[in-house]
Design a protein around this ligand. Structure first.
Ligand code: FPP
Length: 235
């Protein structure tokens, strides 16, 4: 398994990894379990992968936890995901603090319940001085929605329309573009995820459901990433 010494030996590790955590439902169905059991198991992988990225010295890990389109799921599943998120953040706080993980949320958070919004902002506030990995959860996130909100901010502030100013008005203003994008479950699409920030990302579509995605599999992806040549449009 990769470890933090690899960071020192080889500066070619990604700074920002983004993941579309897909396949919780199919994982559960194949085991004759309820879809919610897949989400429960998925939340455990969120912890494993976050810990592993922190140990490796990765600076940013952005996870697609709830999209603007996910409200269209059955009411009970949406309610379950909301409760799971709240429970996860409360349980995770001491672990973030112990490991030096900073927590941030991106997305249009105003649609969540007041109690979930409170937990999100309290977790951000309490971890704001942590200096290890920044774990970013994309919550009620949609890239088009984010770009529209950014352009609205530009207009209100009467700012010139430029790449730099758009970057500053996106939810992701505090971090660099994505270096490495991973989608689990075998689906090959971006699903409205970080469309602007993935402009030059290296992409990996993995045939494994999210609840089965282990640190070993992440190491394999990082290994391949390190050997890709990134040209950013040059030659
Ligand atoms: C996609 O699988 C997954 C989601 C829409 C939600 C992601 C949620 C988690 C990984 C668990 C909770 C997260 C945290 C941070 C506590 P799917 O349900 O679309 O699977 P399917 O495509 O097989 O139906």
């Amino acid at each position: 398994m990769l470890n933090s010494e690899d960071k020192e030996k080889d500066l070619n590790l990604p700074t920002h990894i983004a993941i579309i955590m897909d396949g919780n439902g199919r994982w559960a169905k194949e085991r004759n379990l309820k879809r919610t059991a897949g989400h429960e198991e998925g939340a455990l992988r969120v912890r494993d992968i976050t810990t592993h990225c922190n140990n490796l010295g990765i600076k940013y890990l952005t996870l697609y936890a709830f999209s603007t389109e996910n409200w269209n799921r059955p009411k009970l599943e949406v309610e379950f995901l909301m409760k799971l998120l709240e429970r996860y953040l409360k349980k995770e706080l001491p672990i973030y603090l112990k490991n030096g993980v900073k927590f941030k949320a991106i997305g249009n958070l105003g649609r969540f319940s007041k109690s979930l919004q409170k937990v999100i902002s309290a977790t951000e506030e309490k971890t704001k001085n942590c200096s290890g990995l920044t774990q970013v959860l994309a919550l009620n996130y949609g890239s088009r929605d984010e770009i529209v909100r950014a352009v609205q901010k530009l207009t209100v502030q009467n700012l010139e329309v430029s790449e730099e100013n758009i970057n500053k008005c996106l939810d992701t203003a505090f971090m660099p573009d994505v270096d490495l994008l991973i989608r689990t479950s075998g689906e090959v699409r971006l699903s409205n995820y970080l469309l602007w920030q993935n402009a030059y990302a290296e992409m990996f579509f993995i045939n494994t459901y999210w609840p089965e995605f282990t640190p070993f599999l992440l190491d394999d992806v990082i290994h391949d990433y390190r050997h890709r040549e990134r040209r950013f449009g040059g030659i």
